[in-house]
Design a protein around this ligand. Sequence first.
Ligand code: SAM
Length: 200
Amino acid sequence: MPQIMIPQNQIKNAKMFSSRYDFIKTLPKGIKFLEAGVLAGDFSLYVINEVAPKISTLIDPFNDIDWHAPEYPAPRWDKREQHFEFVKKRFLDIPNVNIFKGGYEEFVKINSEKYDFLYMDYDTTHESIMSQIKMSEDIMEDNAILGFNDYNIYFNETKTGEKMGVVPAINEFLYKNPNWYVYAFALNDNLTSDIYLKRS
Ligand SMILES: C[S@@+](CC[C@H](N)C(=O)[O-])C[C@H]1O[C@@H](n2cnc3c(N)ncnc32)[C@H](O)[C@@H]1O
């Protein structure tokens, strides 16, 4: 598939934000929030504090290292096996939080809830982004927002020829699905930006 742009009429009303944190401040209070790819729950906690969701569902295999450790005096857990305990403890006293230990693809098989704001922040391969959209479509409320972190590109080709990264996958999806559009875009300090989609 050659490089594809987002059609202008599917982006023309999008709002631009300085950061994902500024975008989150615009969300209505009490919505149903889902995050796939949580790591330590830093962003989840920000959303919960700003939005006070009716439900917060945090999905991750929770078997990783603390990638955000450089931002702290020391890693918050040492071994991968301690990752889940850290997150469980962190959210223990926060109401309406469901923690799912496993991949998003496992979660959607057992889930019967629909969400207002779904945030994807794990695998950035073309194939995975396409499947993240497909899995999310079924569990989005009307008017829901589907957000992706890392809207960027890596200039190496995959075995099947697609360019890697979130940009080609999202652009291709929007091009092929004219009932979807870009609702907002959030910059940051290094262009691992967020893009937020809606369907009409
Ligand atoms: C970039 S980090 C998430 C950062 C987090 N969203 C934040 O902003 O602080 C990626 C996370 O995705 C998780 N992950 C990997 N495969 C996953 C899958 N199939 N479903 C959900 N999460 C997954 C990893 O365990 C890791 O914690």
